[in-house]
Write a protein that binds this ligand. Structure first.
Ligand SMILES: CCCCCCCCCCCCC[C@@H](O)CC(=O)SCCNC(=O)CCNC(=O)[C@H](O)C(C)(C)COP(=O)(O)OP(=O)(O)OC[C@H]1O[C@@H](n2cnc3c(N)ncnc32)[C@H](O)[C@@H]1OP(=O)(O)O
Length: 249
């Protein structure tokens, strides 16, 4: 029996039908992705705004940064952990950002929140914690509101300007806060041997968290400039309309 493609009767019509269906499915997917991203960005903007207000109120009431981390830690942990979804967004292709760049950015934050500040109580009142908390908070309010207004096609210029200028100062300040906090944690980690596995043990493996922290601090040297230059390229593209050819990761 000859197929419709072979006899040339209604092959064109069925191909057109399939194409219409694929286009319809793509449209539905892109609508769903946009709706999800809009919800996600609004929720994240709100979360970081709540954090900012809580920090300002704490400082105005107490006049010190001591106890600040403890008072905002739940909100911080929730919203920073929620940001793991950003890696998923890149992986499934609903945002055009590199998985590698986003992965480094998000995992370094998760590491700071859970494996440093949450786990090592004696460093929670260090000034350096305030340094990275303030940098992260200002950055995220600007970044998520930028994405939200962009998705809604109503982006005020000052938000676009802030998104691609604030990071010039806030990135190094945030990184300095993170590195100083890890540095402050070193004596405690060495003294307690926390998260370390000593030999002999039945699996014959050893792990020293103290040296892991030293390696992590050293890894900022090659990794941070990559993130910073990525943002400088984005800045040139968005604010000055330069066409940038990105290398594949
Ligand atoms: C296990 C231990 C690991 C230890 C690792 C140690 C090494 C760490 C070294 C690095 C340290 C970083 C530390 C960091 O935590 C310090 C700070 O953050 S300090 C505060 C200052 N920070 C910043 O300014 C952060 C800047 N970074 C970012 O903005 C992003 O995270 C980054 C992924 C780097 C860049 O973002 P992106 O490439 O997405 O740039 P754009 O915003 O221009 O977006 C590009 C396009 O994607 C669309 N997009 C992206 N996300 C969304 C979204 N959520 N919703 C909607 N659309 C989105 C965006 O609109 C753009 O689209 P288009 O090009 O079409 O316009």
């Amino acid at each position: 029996m000859a197929s419709s493609e072979e006899d040339g009767t209604n092959g064109g019509a069925s191909e057109a039908g399939e194409e219409k269906e694929t286009t319809g499915r793509r449209r539905r997917l892109s609508f769903l992705a946009t709706a999800w991203l809009t919800f996600y960005n609004i929720a994240m903007t709100a979360g970081w705004l709540v954090l900012a207000i809580a920090m300002v109120r704490f400082y105005m009431e107490k006049g010190t940064h001591r106890g600040l981390y403890k008072s905002i830690q739940k909100t911080l942990k929730f919203f920073q952990t929620f940001a793991l979804l950003e890696i998923v967004h890149c992986l499934i292709g609903i945002v055009p950002t590199s998985v590698l760049v986003t992965g480094v950015q998000v995992s370094s934050r998760i590491f700071m929140v859970w494996l440093i500040t949450h786990s090592i109580k004696p460093i929670q009142n260090e000034e350096s914690v305030v340094l990275f908390l303030v940098s992260w908070t200002v950055t995220e309010i600007t970044r998520y509101s930028f994405y939200t207004f962009s998705l809604l096609d109503h982006l005020p210029y000052f938000i676009k300007w802030a998104r691609y200028n604030f990071f010039i100062i806030l990135y190094p300040v945030g990184v300095a806060g993170e590195l100083l906090t890890i540095y402050a944690a070193l004596p405690y980690v060495k003294k307690t041997g926390m998260f370390s596995i000593r030999l002999p043990n039945k699996y014959n493996v050893s792990f020293d968290y103290y040296y892991f922290l030293l390696i992590t601090m050293a890894s900022y040297i090659p990794l941070f400039p990559q993130l910073y230059f990525h943002m400088l390229r984005q800045r040139r593209k968005v604010l000055h309309g330069e066409v940038i050819v990105e290398k594949d990761d």
